[in-house]
Design a binder for this molecule. Structure first.
Ligand SMILES: [Zn+2]
Length: 253
């Protein structure tokens, strides 16, 4: 079994697209394509056609290029069967279902919160998570449709993955997230050290993706709503209550 190469590319203002290359053929899959021209260019650069399109959720900045790409490459569109606002799907996935792609298996993890229907794709062979807008480095997605209960449950599913998991998030929000994280966790030395690296990546115009679950578990406040440090800060031992307050604080930051 071979590990696929993943190519990270910027789309629109601050979105990321991910190209998953088939190690055995001149074809690739793209996760959440929104910028047609850039998707075409990254496929050309890799001398690939587009066999599959993987969608995490229905927001326009994750699906805008689907119709045109499908028309051009005759790609199979894959998404969550319950997300009725997605473009029409060729393969509709169920929660906990498995997708076979280029010899690897991806588990479908339903993660409501940002939207009521949202899935992450977890490569169980090489521990890679395509997280869409559920989890960002040092942050999580805005809670547009879900509830704190649902969102925290979704984050808990991610927390339980192997700690070596590499996470490919839908946006480059890391520097802004760092500023918020530091404001509520100013003595976290590992967070400060990571902050120096983020600033350097930003100056060099380099992505902060993928991030590592082992690190996020120590410095992403939204994954630490069940940590005694935040129990004290938020005067509560209920992770859902803490998540709710933290999310509100971030929205107003
Ligand atoms: Zn979104």
């Amino acid at each position: 079994m071979q590990k696929p190469n993943i190519y990270i590319f910027p789309q629109l203002v601050d979105n990321y697209g991910y190209l998953i290359k088939n190690p055995h053929a001149k074809e690739a899959a793209i996760v959440d394509p929104s910028d047609l021209e850039i998707c075409e260019r990254i496929l050309d650069l890799n001398d690939c056609s587009l066999s599959h399109i993987l969608l995490t959720h229905h927001h326009d900045d994750h699906i805008a290029a689907v119709e045109d790409l499908k028309k051009k490459y005759n790609s199979k569109v894959i998404g969550y069967d319950l997300d009725k606002q997605l473009p029409s799907l060729d393969i509709a996935m169920k929660d906990n279902g498995e997708l076979s792609l280029y010899g690897n298996t991806y588990k479908i993890i339903s993660t409501p919160g940002h939207t009521m229907q949202h899935i992450c794709y977890y490569n169980i062979d090489f521990q890679m998570l395509f997280a869409g807008d559920t989890l960002f480095s040092l942050g999580c997605g805005r809670m547009f449709e879900g509830t704190p209960e649902l969102f925290w449950e979704s984050l808990t599913k991610i927390k339980k993955l192997p700690t070596e998991t590499k996470i490919y998030c839908g946006h480059e929000y890391t520097l802004n997230n760092f500023k918020f994280a530091l404001s509520i966790d100013s003595k976290n030395q590992e967070l400060k050290k990571y902050g120096e690296w983020i600033v350097k990546q930003n100056i060099d115009l380099r992505p902060t993706m993928p991030c590592e679950l082992s690190k996020e578990l120590k410095i992403n406040p939204f994954l630490r709503c069940d940590d005694s440090y935040f129990f004290e800060l938020y005067q509560s031992e209920d992770p859902i209550e803490i998540f709710k307050k933290m999310r509100q604080a971030k929205d107003n930051f």
